[in-house]
Design a protein around this ligand. Structure first.
Ligand code: FES
Ligand SMILES: [Fe+2]
Length: 393
């Protein structure tokens, strides 16, 4: 986020904190349980939002050098993301062209990929290098079997996107991100260092994971014994940028900035949690001095999801910074797994039971409202109902 925008946001935060106010949506939103538990809607979301839209699958520092790779599961499709010898990020279906075995697991660095099944060897460019001991048994196959199936991949400002279906990934990424890309470019993600990852499967709809980060209203009650003392959790800023929802939550340390002589004031990043929610499934957070990159995917329908956290730290790092960074991954993971995720799971089970036909998102939860309306718009759903105050009277 560039300096002028930080200054403008600092001023808005000063006013909110002084008056005990927050950014508000013009309406609250009624959300039916089916928005989370309908298998029909889940299938539509997978089709429209996961398969036909660019997805942010990795950040540049996860594969900084030639031969670096990682595997990434996207709605039942295993992808192999590789940096080729020209430095380009490329994405392949992680399936051998012989009989379909996965050619890579996890992450690492390799000059080529040897399929574990019959040892066909594949290059970083996705082309076949060798079919050992095959007695010319495949010479009748055409050249489709000489190349891994490749999917569109586009890298910009430290972000690596893929598009499973359709063309023109580059313009779709720009359209999706809108002005958020200028903000994100300012974080210099490509110059950070990848620290560590965590992953978990949860028995709930994937949208509940994003919901847990789309408002700070819950911080005081739910996190009262952990992070609450560090936040002013009832004053937040929210803006919609392209399809991205941007949420800024001030920490109590922001007082340090307010106490500076007025001419020196202007920074918010060291004192805030700044989140970019990329519908449907990504949360990119600048947290004081580092980056958290979260993804969540539906697993076999509406009722299960898989969450992954990746953490990145600014360079240069000494031993002390490395220790602090690793400790931070553990702490973030502990708070979310102990406190946030159990809420997601219990809400989901209440909705599946049929006990609650509807939920309500308040005007003081504008990022939550925008995120869900972005999804509803994309799939053509009219299930979410805005409620205006004057309609109640
Ligand atoms: S499936 Fe890969 S070599 Fe046979
Ligand atoms: Fe939380």
């Amino acid at each position: 986020m560039h300096a002028e925008k930080q200054k403008e946001m600092l001023e808005r935060l000063r006013i909110h904190l002084a008056n005990g106010t927050t950014d508000l949506s013009p309406y609250s939103l009624e959300v039916p349980a089916s928005h989370y538990v309908s298998e029909e809607q889940a299938a539509l979301e997978v089709k429209v939002m996961f398969r036909q839209r660019p997805l942010l699958v990795a950040l540049t520092p996860q594969i900084p050098n030639q031969g670096d790779y990682l595997t990434h599961e996207v709605v039942n499709t295993s992808l192999l993301i590789v940096r080729d010898k020209y430095g380009l990020a490329r994405a392949y279906i992680n399936a051998c062209r012989h009989r379909g075995a996965r050619i890579a697991e996890g992450k690492g660095s390799k000059s080529s990929f040897s399929c574990p099944f019959h040892a066909w060897n594949w290059g970083l460019d996705g082309k076949i290098i060798a079919r050992p001991n095959s007695h010319d048994g495949f010479s009748a196959g055409d050249d489709r079997y000489d190349q891994l199936a490749e999917v569109s991949c586009f890298e910009t400002d430290g972000l690596i996107f893929v598009l499973l279906e359709g063309d023109d990934i580059e313009s779709k990424v720009y359209e999706l991100l809108g002005g958020a890309l200028t903000d994100i470019a300012n974080y210099n993600i490509e110059e950070t260092r990848y620290i560590d990852s965590r992953t978990i499967e949860l028995p709930c709809n994937y949208k509940f994971f994003i919901d847990g980060f789309a408002e700070t209203y819950h911080i005081a009650p739910l996190h009262k014994n952990t992070i609450s003392p560090y936040y002013y959790s009832t004053s937040t800023l929210t803006e919609q940028m392209g399809e991205v929802v941007h949420l800024v939550s001030p920490r109590k340390t922001i007082e340090k900035e307010f106490q500076k002589p007025e001419a020196e004031q202007g920074a918010i990043l060291p004192y805030c949690t700044t989140e970019y929610i990329l519908a449907p499934n990504v949360l990119l957070t600048h947290q004081v001095d580092h980056i958290q990159f979260w993804t969540v995917y539906p697993v076999e329908g509406a009722n299960r999801c898989r969450v992954e956290l990746n953490v990145f730290w600014p360079n240069p790092m000494d031993e002390d910074a490395e220790r602090k960074a690793k400790l931070n991954v553990d702490l973030v993971w502990q708070v979310t797994t102990d406190e946030d995720f159990p809420q997601s799971v219990s809400i989901h089970s209440n909705l599946v039971s049929g006990a609650l036909p509807n939920l309500i998102f308040g005007r003081n939860e504008p990022a939550l409202i925008s995120y869900h309306q972005n999804i509803a718009k994309a799939i053509g759903s009219d299930r979410l109902i805005p409620l205006y105050e004057d309609q109640d009277n």
